[in-house]
Design a protein around this ligand. Sequence first.
Ligand code: NAP
Length: 255
Amino acid sequence: MKKVLVTGATGRTGSLVFQKLSSQSEEFQVKGFARSPEKIEQMYGSTKDFAIGNISNKSQIESAIEGCDALVILTSAVPKMVAPPSDGKPPEFAYDPEGMPEKVDCQGQVNQIDAAKQAGVEHIVLVGSMGGTKSDHVLNRMGNGNILVWKRKAEQYLIDSGVDYTIIRAGGLLNEPGGVRELLVGKDDLLSINPPDGATNSIPRDDVANLVINALREPNARNKAFDVVSKLENTPSASVTSDFSSLFAQTTGGL
Ligand code: NAP
């Protein structure tokens, strides 16, 4: 039985991972980590399988992670729209001062990696974002947060930590069914620079959650970092991904 802590478990992808792990109780014992008891109650009816805390508070992560074998990091800074699009101008976004990417996506992830290493956790699965090779990426300009720059620093920190890692850098996330598309893996944003036939720039959150679960199982996913997108459902050239071991075998280590 593998004991897994899922942070960001009240988030859109984190909640899918939490639910999928909870439903496989013969294989996994899952604990969520989230900052809002009200949101946990609202989503899950009770806080019983949760540790409540903030990733900026290292001691709260340390006590949550004690006794766990694996950590899934699904926390992320989220910008808020502060001005809607008008007169042909794009919308404007801003982060809360306490929710800036430097604090959440870098320091908050470093806190989680340090706590995991200290607790003897043997595998960390980190979900990040594609686009990190492009410093002028639109997501970096959003709210002056440089979010992809900070996420990438944390990814390197994880690789250097010595703990087994799987870094899943997703394309644009969709709230659509998983398990019906072919998934494509790559590196260095080449999947968006030079997309293979039939590839989109996006992937359902449900498929990302399936990747996380399978990464916890498959030895081929250890010490790998990769970009991932999907082909559209029903694309003639596509074959739905079901063999995750083979998919992970196509990925490589290092940033
Ligand atoms: P999400 O719904 O935005 O969830 C983010 C989670 O982080 C939330 O549960 C939030 O808590 C939590 N969080 C933020 N700051 C925290 C703090 N200080 N302490 C504790 N928890 C904190 O995530 P998502 O949209 O599913 O994205 C998952 C990952 O994929 C992220 O890394 C994201 O950057 C990446 N990604 C997103 C896209 C996209 O198209 N959106 C594309 C590629 C990759 P609350 O629930 O309390 O707010």
